[in-house]
Write a protein that binds this ligand. Structure first.
Ligand SMILES: [Zn+2]
Length: 166
């Protein structure tokens, strides 16, 4: 008896089967097989893009959190600090913490990090509109990058969830 291997998930079958548990259409024609495999590649690409987006968003949280934390600590040590520096320390630590949490819960943590960033921008804008305008292009790039990245992460999580149900 000739054993059959699934070219997609490498499952082993004793006999020729119609369809693999992963969905690979053994009994289908070449076009069915081609369609199935190209779907697989699309899904893998979606997952890969999700991972890359999470890496980018996490990096941004670490950088923004890290720089602000460092600057505030320097002010704190020089005893020239104000309430703003204390608040900055708190949100910087939250951003860094959410960055670490995103290794476990990417979408949820990075969405929270994104919300914290938006709140910071709004609050600084209310305190001093000039602060909001400084580095505005950078802020727009960060925010749009986050929105795009979060969408990619959600798509990847959906693909993974659907795969796990099978
Ligand atoms: Zn299979």
């Amino acid at each position: 008896m000739k054993k059959v291997y699934c070219p997609n998930c490498y499952s082993e079958f004793e006999n020729q089967t119609d369809i693999c548990s992963c969905g690979y259409p053994f009994s289908g024609n070449d076009m069915d097989k081609y369609k199935f495999m190209s779907q697989r590649i699309k899904k893998l690409k979606t997952v890969k893009e999700g991972i890359e987006s999470a890496d980018y968003a996490r990096f941004v949280l670490f950088i923004i959190g890290g720089i602000n934390l460092l600057v505030s600590i320097i002010f704190l040590m020089s005893a020239q600090y104000t309430t703003i520096h204390i608040v900055t320390i708190i949100y910087s630590i939250s951003l860094i913490g959410l960055g670490f949490l995103s290794f476990k819960e990417p979408f949820f943590s990075l969405l929270l990090g994104f919300i914290v960033l938006i709140i910071i921008y709004i609050v600084t804008g209310l305190i001093d509109p000039k602060l909001l305008m400084s580095g505005l292009i950078m802020k727009v790039i960060i925010i749009s990058g986050f929105v795009y990245g979060l969408a990619k992460i959600k798509m990847a999580e959906n693909v993974i969830k659907r795969e796990q149900k099978k």
